[in-house]
Design a protein around this ligand. Structure first.
Ligand code: FAD
Length: 292
């Protein structure tokens, strides 16, 4: 099923993000985590794409496992910055053969040294959105950034560029994580004013590791709220307490969003079924999923 159709439904759509194994020997571990996550009945699961296409086959394999073996809709991420058009065409054909209908079209992060391999043909995600739509038969999502993308200092321009991606035919948007819901609400208001009226699903990161979150926030430009900083200050050295507090914070964010009419909740699970389960257990009635 196309995710854009799901997101137009009245009920809250709950989805999980997982990452594929970096090495072949971890394949079964990731598969086991994905199988456990599937028992929580997500509406779909997305599978990330390693920087520079480093996990391309494993992304497709895990997404195909979700779609075909588990019978749950899969969203395969695909980044273009390190690929030629020919490589992307092959990737799309492989995804189609693997039964994948939904793709999150991304530019991908620039290599740390800022130097791309020669001969690359993509500069921005809108070019990938355009190519996938031209090929046809896929539902295409794209990334958006409630606080603005870290490389773009002019937030109005960033929104113009997002509109460009939307105009190229993308069907839905997934947000970068954020810790202040008011940032999301302001972004959605400004996006609508800019003519972006696609379904947007909100990315929520339950933080369970203080070092990891500091790194992710500095790379992505995501701000921590004073409330969240206090949690990190108090429980940063106590993994069990941080995990409980991080889950409680995510639950609080989600309750506020659902109360305010947000209909797509995407949980960055970091392949941790117990974390996703704690969130869903606390929110079954909020999500209208008492039967699951
Ligand atoms: P774009 O939309 O191309 O934007 C990139 C930058 O270029 C922005 O600063 C934008 O303002 C600017 N820009 C866009 N168009 C133009 C234009 N026409 N002229 C000038 N400037 C322009 N990365 C991975 O490698 N693998 C993943 O699986 C992955 N999953 C992600 C999932 C989500 C939900 C999100 C939010 C991000 C994900 N990322 C992933 C990270 C993403 O690849 C990076 O944030 C990347 O730096 C930007 O990707 P984009 O698709 O948003 O790029």
């Amino acid at each position: 099923m196309f995710i854009s159709e799901m997101l137009r439904d009245d009920k809250v759509t709950v989805s999980f993000e997982v990452f594929p194994p970096k090495v072949e020997s971890s394949f079964d571990t990731v598969k086991a985590a994905v199988t456990e996550l599937n028992k929580l009945h997500p509406d779909y699961m997305s599978v990330t794409y390693g920087a520079g296409g480093s996990t391309s086959k494993k992304t497709t394999d895990i997404a195909s496992y979700i779609q075909k073996d588990l019978g749950t809709n899969a969203l395969a991420h695909l980044s273009c910055i390190s690929s030629t058009r020919e490589q992307i065409e092959k990737q799309l054909n492989d995804m189609r053969s693997a039964g994948i209908d939904n793709i999150l079209a991304l530019r991908g992060d620039m290599p740390e040294d800022g130097v791309l391999p020669g001969g690359m043909e993509y500069h921005y995600a809108w070019q990938l959105v355009e190519d996938i739509k031209k090929k046809g038969g896929f539902c295409v999502g794209a990334a958006c950034y409630p606080e603005g993308h870290v490389e773009c200092l002019n937030k109005t321009k960033d929104l113009d560029y997002l509109k460009q991606k939307v105009d190229c035919g993308c069907d839905f948007l997934v947000t970068q994580m954020f810790f202040d819901n008011n940032v999301l609400y302001t972004f959605l208001y400004n996006a609508l004013k800019a003519g972006i009226d696609l379904p947007v699903t909100a990315g929520i990161m339950p933080v369970t590791n203080s070092r990891q979150i500091s790194r992710i926030c500095s790379l992505s430009g995501t701000s921590l709220t004073p409330k969240f900083r206090s949690i990190l200050d108090k429980f940063g050295d106590n993994p069990a307490a941080l995990k409980q507090a991080g889950i409680a914070y995510a639950v609080d964010q989600i309750v506020d969003m659902v109360s305010n009419g947000i209909k797509g909740i995407h949980i960055y699970t970091m392949n941790k079924p117990d974390v996703a389960q704690s969130i869903l257990n606390s929110l079954s009635s909020v999500f209208g999923r008492d039967d699951n």
